[in-house]
Write a protein that binds this ligand. Structure first.
Ligand code: SF4
Length: 486
């Protein structure tokens, strides 16, 4: 690699001494960030210089290599650090001027119990949130909490965290994380102005310099609507729309930041420090889901219903997203999706809790008390599904798609999958599985590894007889092949 400076829009320096090396990078240069060890200590300090989706590496780097990598190409502004393949800025149109061709989407339905209609692609009248005055915001109400596992403050109040970010020096970023949850994607698709209203209010509250909208590359319509909304108004700061890979873990807040920085290999960051200290390009950052920002916007306009956006997936005719009162139940959501026959539901994300009792309230405390997840998704297992097979498939997915950063999750998901396979061979090691899951839950770095045991634990509790039966060579649902008998 001979000419790093022509290739660079983001620079990370990994390993011992990284902090000293980035300290000398000038304010006019590409942001350089010190990160933890890559594990390849013989190559460290290791410089990773990224531009337009490709990276170059310099092993055993010195200060000169960091300075070369961080030199910004002439004429390139900080907000031009986009990956052509993954950002959704439209060439030739300013994102900060109203665009006569941009149209607003219908507002997100708040009819409790009603399905949110499919949003047609034809031109519509601007929604209320598209036309109302941007919301002032100095301090968010202390009762407001984060929503969804892509939120850095899931189920926790965020006012104090914002106050800390506001008091820190240096550039600050606000990230809207709409990755990986049908409700967040639909919200961005159906009413991006409500999301941007809340996010820009958050930006003013923390004194942010950059605002990022982040969603899965699979949610093309959401990205397009987000781009149109970002281009149609002046939000007072640069707004960039970024897509990430279509994998579940990419919604984890620190992996969302990695993706925004243009990194290919998404790994969760060690914490502390959290994003509020070292987020996008090492600067203070707040990360919340689209639901959190939309709810904030409603609260600031004096209209904050205690509702939850819930998506019903799995064995249903079509994924259905509804907004329900927190006093409603899981059954209210599955009823709205037309579910009348089921084995169980996995409540709260890919690694939610398994339950046969749908009469559980949607308030986060109620769900947590029932050992269910609060992410806002309900996956239905139809009447012909085997819960033992389901959790085995789910742990296998976890083993194959975790980021590999920490041992408890990387090895734990593999061992848990093997133990579930052992059930089919006649060994149901309840004690060993409980011990393994305890370690995973208490020592995994991020929520991905901490949540996987919940799916297994709750299934074992709800379907203990089915696990015992499988170990004895029988699948009660008649769907699993055990010992070649079915
Ligand atoms: S818990 Fe899993 S996904 Fe999270 S950092 Fe550890 S290995 Fe990666």
């Amino acid at each position: 690699m001979t000419d790093i400076s022509e290739r660079t829009t983001a620079v990370r320096v990994a390993g011992a001494g990284a902090a000293d090396l980035v300290a000398g990078v000038g304010s006019e240069d590409v942001p350089a960030v010190a990160v933890g060890s890559t594990g390849a200590r013989a190559l460290e300090p290791l410089v990773v210089a990224t531009r337009e989706g490709s990276s170059a590496f310099v092993a055993n780097a010195g200060a000169d290599a960091v300075a070369d990598a961080s030199r910004r190409p002439m004429g390139r502004s900080p907000t031009a650090r986009t990956r052509e393949s993954t950002t959704t800025r439209r060439p030739g149109r300013s994102r900060y001027r109203p665009s006569p061709s941009s149209t607003a989407s219908e507002p997100f339905s708040r009819a409790a119990g009603g399905r949110i209609p499919a949003i047609p692609t034809t031109t519509r009248a601007p929604s209320a949130s598209a036309t109302r005055t941007p919301t002032p915001c100095s301090t968010p109400p202390r009762t407001l909490r984060g929503r969804g596992w892509g939120d850095w403050c899931t189920d926790d109040p965020y006012a104090d965290l914002w106050a800390g970010v506001r008091d820190r020096d240096g550039p600050t970023s606000v990230v809207v994380n709409a990755h990986g949850n049908p409700g967040d994607a639909l919200l961005l698709e159906s009413d991006p102005y409500a999301v941007l209203d809340g996010a820009s209010a958050a930006a003013r509250a923390v004194g942010a310099d950059y605002l990022y909208l982040y969603a899965s590359e699979a949610d093309e319509t959401a990205l397009e609507r987000a781009r149109d909304a970002a281009e149609s108004r002046d939000y007072g700061l640069p707004v960039e729309v970024v897509s990430g890979p279509d994998v579940y873990r990419a919604a984890e807040p620190t992996m969302a930041i990695e993706s925004i920085e243009g990194n290919h290999r998404l790994e969760a960051r060690l914490r502390p420090p959290g994003p509020e200290d070292e987020g996008v390009y090492g600067n203070p950052t707040i990360v919340h889901t689209a639901r959190t920002y939309a709810h904030l916007a409603s609260a600031l306009h004096g209209d904050a219903p205690e509702t939850r956006v819930v998506s019903v997936t799995g064995d249903v005719e079509a994924t259905t997203t509804v907004e329900l009162a927190e006093s409603d139940t899981v059954a209210s959501a599955t009823d709205a999706a037309g579910v009348d026959d089921f084995t169980a539901a996995c409540v709260g994300g890919k690694f939610g809790g398994i339950t046969t009792d749908l009469d559980v309230g949607l308030a986060p405390e109620t769900l947590a008390e029932a050992d269910l997840g609060t992410e806002g998704t309900i996956e239905v297992l139809g009447s012909d599904r085997c819960p033992v097979a389901f959790v085995g498939q789910r742990t296998n997915v976890a083993a194959e798609t975790n980021c590999g950063r920490c041992v408890p999750c990387r090895e734990g998901t593999t061992q848990l999958t093997e133990k579930l396979r052992d059930v089919y061979d006649g060994t149901y090691d309840e004690g060993g599985m409980a011990e393994l899951m305890g370690v995973m839950e208490s020592t995994s770095i991020c929520a991905f590894g901490r949540d996987v045991p919940r799916t297994v634990r709750t299934a074992m509790r709800e379907f203990d007889d089915a696990f015992e039966a499988h170990a004895d060579g029988t699948c009660p649902s008649g769907t699993c092949a055990i010992g070649g008998t079915q």
